[in-house]
Design a protein around this ligand. Sequence first.
Ligand SMILES: [Fe+2]
Length: 240
Amino acid sequence: MNRRTFLMSMGALALSRLGWARQRQGYLWTDTSLTSGYPYELPDLPYSYDALEPAIDAQTMKVHHQGHHATYVNTLNKALEDLPTFQSLPLETLLANLEKVPTAQRTTIRNHGGGHWNHTFWWKILSPQKQEPSLSLLRRISSEFESWNRFRGQLLDAAAKHFGSGWAWLILTPTGRLRIITTPNQDNPLMPYAEIQGKPVLGIDVWEHAYYLKYQNRRAEYLSALWEHINWAQVEALLE
Ligand SMILES: [Fe+2]
């Protein structure tokens, strides 16, 4: 039994002892966890800081990763120090069960656990090379949103109009539908606070820290540039 399998089995045991319904999380994130177990670590980027130039500048990427993301990881670990039962849970399960977390640590784990999960997801959604969606992905998404262009418009419009900090998401719902939602701050669609819970397959960071150095208040311009760097192969893999 390796460390991950051990932690997953301990997490299942902890859930069982606490009487939590786990079946509801089955569709959210299946048999794999996106992050390492506790203590969490800052993952390396799958490309260099300047790989997304000129759409996203190297300084923004470096501060975003070494500054913001690292802080989420460190603060999450600190919040879990005195909560051994919760340390053994996969982060996806912890976020889906935030209402079970003691109130003293709940907001910190919501913000920083969400921050760690969202950014680990985010780095993999970006591609240094421009990608075209496969024909099957294009058909799947177009069938839900009438056309590819309509999907692009709805997603980027939701991202542009989201007030303040947060994320825009494409999610797979429990009934197998695709939906676009936004979440505030570092909330995500795994959490019970989401307007629709589901499995994220695409996320867009609309915090100012993701674009302000280069684009200042021009969020729509950032979103247009970002669209050319979406890793459609990753989106398609997450839909399976
Ligand atoms: Fe961010």
